[in-house]
Design a protein around this ligand. Structure first.
Ligand code: OGA
Ligand code: NI
Length: 350
């Protein structure tokens, strides 16, 4: 992997703060990738109550249909403290409001992506997204390096840990829930992930600055998440996440205090395509900055992940070739977001 970026990094937030009235060409997407604002925007993605997914007979059925049909759902009664959600989001907002020199102390490189950055992928002359981010490794704890985490605002490191632990608990419950909803033994998927103490997790705080011409660009281009499951803490005030539904893009209207869950490519592979990792993207707007926090919960990085045998039948043979997650995620790190091309490239029939 290249040790440095192909072009000098420009902070999109700093660019936005210059008050420019047009979007520089680097960020102008080709017409077919530009945002579509359609009337399906009012559709609600499924909302699941974590306190009854196991207790009520229809609970697991609702999980299953959300994962088959949407690949996305929101969870309420998820066990993550609401005040903590607000505090961690606030702390990240304060981090992005720091002077650029302070943030630049954490400037990242494409080798590990850890730190403050403004692009995904190392393709020279690529069209870029209208966002900055901070990426950090969270699990396994052996690769956690808090000295690479921001030291300002003052409480941010403690908040990241506290929030990370609560979301990690939620992810463990969700992976068990997905396992049961597929008709597998409760711990089956977790074992396939390499076990609770071996899984990987990383965190990405996203900052989507105001944009003078939001119809020409995207905050985050269409992609599916490469990992296991993703938990997104959305901005409380600003919508922006869009989920593909057939030929439409549905803008997620988040329920107060809910977290957004989406299925990543590794669950699509393990479930042999029964569960879908659905394409999504982020649109920006001219009035407000948006902050979101994504926690990616992934299989252990060095074991092969392939379709679960118990889900295969004569009529449904294995669709995907097994691959290790560390190998799999190189592609998005090199090419940047590219729809669903990557998981499709593993189709055994190719
Ligand atoms: C991501 C992502 C959505 C958002 O970070 O992979 O899809 O709302 N984020 O920021
Ligand atoms: Ni995503």
């Amino acid at each position: 992997m290249a040790a440095c970026w192909p072009e000098p990094i420009v902070s999109v937030q700093a660019l936005s703060q210059t008050g420019l009235s047009t979007v520089p060409n680097r960020y102008v997407k080709p017409a077919h990738q530009r945002p579509v604002y359609n009337s399906d925007a009012e559709m609600e993605i499924p909302v699941l109550d974590m306190s009854d997914v196991w207790e009520k007979p229809e609970g697991l059925r609702r999980v299953r249909s959300a994962c088959e049909e949407w690949g996305f759902f929101q969870v309420v009664n998820h066990g993550v403290n609401h005040a903590l959600m607000e505090r961690v989001r606030g702390a990240w907002r304060e981090f992005f409001e720091l002077p650029l020199e302070e943030k630049r102390k954490y400037a990242n490189s494409p080798e590990t992506y850890e730190g403050y950055g403004s692009r995904l992928g190392v393709v020279k002359d690529a069209k870029l997204d209208w966002s900055d981010y901070f990426y950090l490794n969270y699990l396994p704890s052996s690769i956690r390096n808090p000295s690479k985490w921001p030291s300002q605002p003052p409480k941010i490191r403690e908040l990241i840990e506290e929030y990370g632990e609560e979301v990690r608990n939620l992810c463990e419950r969700l992976v068990k829930t997905l396992s049961k909803s597929l008709g597998l033994e409760t711990n089956h998927l977790m074992k396939a992930f390499g076990g609770e103490d071996k899984v990987g997790a990383s965190l990405r705080a996203n900052f989507y600055p105001k944009c003078p011409q939001p119809h020409l660009t995207l905050g985050l281009s269409s992609h599916s998440d490469p990992g296991g499951i993703t938990i997104v803490l959305p901005d409380e005030n600003v919508a922006g996440l869009q989920v593909r539904r057939g030929d439409c893009w549905v803008t997620v209207k988040s329920v107060p205090n809910a977290l957004i869950v989406n299925i990543g490519d590794q669950i699509q592979i393990l479930s042999n395509g029964i569960y879908k990792s659905v394409e999504h993207q982020v649109i920006v707007n001219s009035g407000m900055d948006r902050v979101s926090l994504a926690l990616f919960y992934n299989p252990r990085s060095n074991i092969p992940i392939g379709p679960v045998k118990e889900l295969l039948t004569e009529n449904q043979p294995a669709l995907y070739k097994p691959i290790r997650f560390d190998e799999y995620r190189l592609l998005i790190r090199q090419k940047g977001p590219s729809g669903k091309n990557q998981v499709d490239s593993l189709l055994a029939s190719r």
